[in-house]
Design a binder for this molecule. Structure first.
Ligand code: NIG
Ligand code: FE
Length: 414
């Protein structure tokens, strides 16, 4: 089927001329094309043609985008969307002066959510997660990464990943699963960390891989979670089994996570709120995507990641919500773009590159999605405005009016 996405005010193509990521100053080039339309055939972008050459009768469907702008479908590359329970009580404690780390050292934090999820049946977790995915779709998100990491036992980690697998059959967007068994140590292994790592390495990783329940393996390298040596052991096994890797690192403390990430050629290192200058230099010499999560700094009220230093050093920077119940209870990617601009001094264009092509690279799908280029999947976010700056200028407001996945309109608020 041939479709025409006709006459938008602007096409924000985020084109990379075949490179499929943007670093340094190139993040400012969002590839604006005026007076053109996008031709889609069988779910793939076939052509971008001048409006003057349109022959309406050659298309089975014309989608009129007058006074609207079209962007690549947005990519949410770091979320913990399949969670259960509420941490409003811990939120209240933080407002009264306790820190996130205090709460986590006292056995709360991630482990509070673990207790909630272990009580839930598979179907209940599916029902809890559904509206969250629908909210992402309404924002123009066409690819969504979801991590496990709130089960922390063989059975419960698999339960979360099976839930995510089931949701892939319900929703038309691409959902990418990440195994995060190394999120923190569960209460029952508080005094025997090596035993829990044995379970990850000998039981969870092989089963999950064999049953194709996750593409990525992630770990949290932090004083309250896993040491660089422990991450090294988990990543060595995960690599051997064929997982792609990601890492949470330098959120509160610099303990050597960056070196382990570089050693294992991870696709992305996420957080980086306290990344050291020398590590910025190391990262900028790699193709590892630095996924920044300003919602965490905002929600936990502490310092933001040095986005400017990273970009100015030539690193590849992406943005994501990190949507989760404890450190970033924010599911609004538009708000994250505005926070990144206001608090991390990213330009409007940089925030756009960061939630499209660079977020795609963080998930290693940058050759297929993330920009409006011939041959890529016809994944689009269509915004009800004539000027792309409005997306970031309208703080927290959803201007997306249509979400298109593989050429099909999957959300339309008109
Ligand atoms: O990415 N840093 C570790 N994990 C999550 C927080 C999870 C939680 O607090 O529930 C994060 O911030
Ligand atoms: Fe996270």
């Amino acid at each position: 089927m041939r479709k025409l996405f006709k006459s938008p005010s602007q096409i924000i193509s985020v084109s990379t001329s075949g490179k499929n990521y943007k670093s340094g100053n190139n993040m400012n080039d969002v590839g604006i094309i005026a007076n053109h339309s996008v031709v889609v055939e069988d779910g793939i972008i076939k052509d971008i043609i001048p409006n003057s050459s349109i022959n309406k009768s050659s298309y089975e469907k014309n989608i009129d985008l007058k006074d609207k702008i079209i962007l690549p479908g947005l990519i949410e590359c770091h979320t913990h969307t399949a969670y259960a329970g509420s941490r409003a009580d811990e939120f209240r404690q933080r407002l009264q002066g306790k820190t996130y780390e205090d709460i986590s050292k006292a056995g709360g934090g991630i482990n509070t959510t673990v207790q909630a999820i272990r009580k839930l049946a598979f179907e209940e977790l599916i029902n809890l997660t559904k509206p969250r995915i629908e909210y992402f779709i309404s924002q123009g998100i066409t690819t969504l990464e979801i991590k496990s990491g709130y089960g922390l036992s063989y059975y419960d980690e698999i339960k979360i990943l099976q839930t995510v697998d089931n949701l892939k059959n319900i929703y038309p967007i691409d959902i990418i699963s990440t195994f995060l068994g190394a999120h923190t140590f569960p209460r029952e292994y508080k005094n025997d960390h090596e035993k829990y790592i044995d379970i990850i390495v000998n039981e969870q990783l092989p089963y999950i891989r064999k049953n194709k329940l996750a593409i990525f393996c992630d770990a949290f390298c932090e004083t309250t979670a896993f040491s660089p040596e422990q991450v090294d052991r988990i990543f060595s096994k995960a690599s051997d089994l064929g997982y792609k890797l990601k890492l949470h690192s330098d959120q509160f403390n610099t303990i050597g996570g960056i070196d382990v990430g570089i050693k294992h050629k991870v696709k992305s290192i996420d957080h980086l709120e306290v990344v050291a200058n020398e590590d910025i230099q190391k990262l900028s010499k790699t193709k590892i995507v630095c996924v920044l999560l300003p919602g965490v700094s905002f929600f936990l009220d502490y310092g933001f990641a040095p986005a400017r230093k990273l970009i100015d050093s030539g690193a590849i920077v992406a943005l994501s919500t990190d949507y989760n119940p404890g450190s970033s209870h924010i599911a609004n990617l538009n708000l994250i773009m505005s926070i990144a601009a206001l608090k991390m001094k990213m330009t409007i264009e940089e925030t756009i590159s960061a939630v499209t092509i660079n977020a795609a690279k963080a998930l290693d799908i940058h050759k297929k999605v993330g920009s409006i280029e011939i041959g890529k999947k016809a994944d689009f976010a269509i915004f009800d405005t004539k000027e792309y700056a409005d997306i970031v200028y309208n703080v927290g407001k959803n201007l997306n009016c249509m979400t298109v996945k593989s050429g099909n309109v999957i959300y339309n608020n008109e």
